[in-house]
Design a protein around this ligand. Structure first.
Ligand code: PNW
Length: 459
């Protein structure tokens, strides 16, 4: 039996645009993902999040699913454009009521809400009027939106996450253009990341000054990072792997935990990497109460000079010519339906890397999971591969805890199958199967497995 610490947080995670639907209901404004998904050619099969899981109309049913499983925590995101349809101005009471009801329903079932304030669905008006995250006035606009959330929900929400995966917003949204707003550039990702870090720190600052003492919650940020394993033992490849990690995670975590971007980025990105003012630096340093981590896969890193043509087009590479890193996978590693390699030991190595570089922070895995081509057969989904994946990753997590890593929680991505961004409904990450015709939720075998794990605090 593999046991976890007594107070370990077990949860599942979702995001507003991926599950809510009701894109034109409840006084909601449009977001950049509404616009992007409605642009021909951007999403596989022309799918959109217009309806998706219809969670907006099914919060009682969905919370009942979680309660039935014995989930201790649930991570969801707030759609900014439900609270402020044009991104700023007067709050929309229906939007506030929706999240307020969801939070009350969770608490009534003793499920602790973990709330992400930004999971990529920027109000479209802010994109059209201000160029979104490129604009240096965005941090104050984000701060004002988050203050409304703290004010409205902070009496009941004690776990806040400002941003989900700024790396994805910057690289996939502004570098490769495969995610909203679909821009392609070699400098904009660095500018966007810069404003997001500033926005994060402004939100944390307002929370700490005006709400935290009274509301007694914690606030942090969630970054995504894959592990980078040196392809060979050579000094060059080991440096390449370290460089790749600094460009991936250090880009966002170094300013927060060490006060500035990694030196290797400053050297290589030079003039395209913006500089923090002293005031920015002071606000950003120490601005996360916990280390939120989304982790999915591992790749080999080798030294290479210049452009890396083999880079996975759905992400992972960053702006590769800035790094001189060649990424590859092992033919022997099994892959999920995303093409992401299953390398459980990479998770443990990454936890150690974070622990060392950032001085032993409390870490929360806010996402981990996998997509498989699940089939509903006689009312059942036999997803043994997902159970294998989860057991293997959780086994490494448990080992990391034994080795002294302060890992406090684990959120499985995802509660249910949903809109997988540019891949639409072609990928299923859920532990509940969603019949897209009827919206019916059917627990997969992994849901039963996870429920038992939570009950036993181990497996
Ligand atoms: C995360 N990549 O996204 C998100 O937080 C979720 O919304 C998403 O559904 C989940 O992981 C599964 O994809 C990512 O290409 C999307 O490196 C793409 C990448 C990483 C994370």
């Amino acid at each position: 039996m593999i046991k976890f610490p007594k107070d370990f947080t077990w949860g599942t995670a979702t995001a507003s645009y991926q599950i809510e639907g009701a894109w034109l209901e409840g006084g909601k404004g449009l977001s950049i993902w509404d616009a992007f998904a409605h642009t021909p050619g951007k999403i596989v099969h022309g799918d959109t999040g217009d309806v998706t899981c219809d969670h907006f109309h099914r919060i009682k049913e969905d919370v009942a699913l979680m309660a039935g499983m014995g989930l201790k925590a649930y991570r969801f995101s707030i759609a900014w454009s439900r609270i402020l349809p044009a991104g700023r101005g007067r709050p929309n009471p229906e939007g506030i009521r929706f999240y307020s009801n969801l939070i009350d329903e969770l608490l009534a079932h003793e499920i602790v809400p973990w709330v992400t304030l930004y999971h990529w669905d920027l109000p479209l008006a802010l994109q059209l009027e201000l160029d979104g995250w490129l604009n240096p006035t965005m941090p104050e606009i984000f701060r004002d939106y988050t203050a409304i959330c703290f004010e409205s929900f902070g009496d009941r929400v004690k776990n806040w996450i400002t941003f989900n995966e700024p790396w994805v917003v910057s690289i996939l949204g502004y570098g490769q253009g495969v995610f909203a707003p679909g821009r392609v550039s070699k400098s904009e990702p660095y500018q966007v990341a810069h404003q997001i870090l500033r926005a994060h720190s402004q939100a944390v600052d307002v929370y700490r000054r005006k709400f935290q003492a009274k509301q007694n919650g914690t606030i942090g940020i969630t970054n995504n990072c894959d592990w980078r394993e040196p392809l060979t033992d050579s000094e060059k490849d080991r440096q390449a792997a370290q460089r790749a990690l600094e460009f991936f995670l250090g880009w966002f975590a170094d300013p927060i935990y060490r006060g500035d971007y990694p030196a290797v980025m400053r050297e290589r990105v030079a003039d395209r990497l913006p500089k923090f003012s002293d005031r920015d630096k002071a606000l950003i340093l120490g601005s996360s109460d916990f280390f939120g981590l989304n982790h999915y896969t591992t790749m080999y890193a080798a030294h290479s000079e210049g452009n890396d043509a083999d880079v996975n087009p759905y992400g992972n590479g960053g702006i590769s010519e800035d790094q001189d890193v060649h990424l590859s996978t092992d033919r022997l590693w099994s892959k999920t339906q995303m093409g992401w390699s299953i390398v459980p030991w990479g998770c443990r190595k990454l936890l150690h890397w974070i622990d060392e570089r950032y001085n032993h922070p409390d870490i929360v895995i806010t996402e981990n999971g996998c997509a498989y081509d699940d089939k509903l057969e006689q009312g059942k989904v036999h997803d043994q591969e997902r159970i294998n994946f989860l057991s293997a990753y959780l086994n490494e997590c448990r080992q990391a805890i034994e080795e002294g890593i302060s890992l406090k929680g684990y959120f499985l991505w995802s509660l249910m199958d949903n809109f997988e961004w540019a891949l639409g409904f072609s990928r299923r990450f859920g532990i509940h199967y969603v019949d897209l015709e009827t919206g019916k939720r059917i627990p997969k075998e992994s849901a039963q497995w996870y429920s038992n794990l939570i009950k036993n605090n181990g497996f």
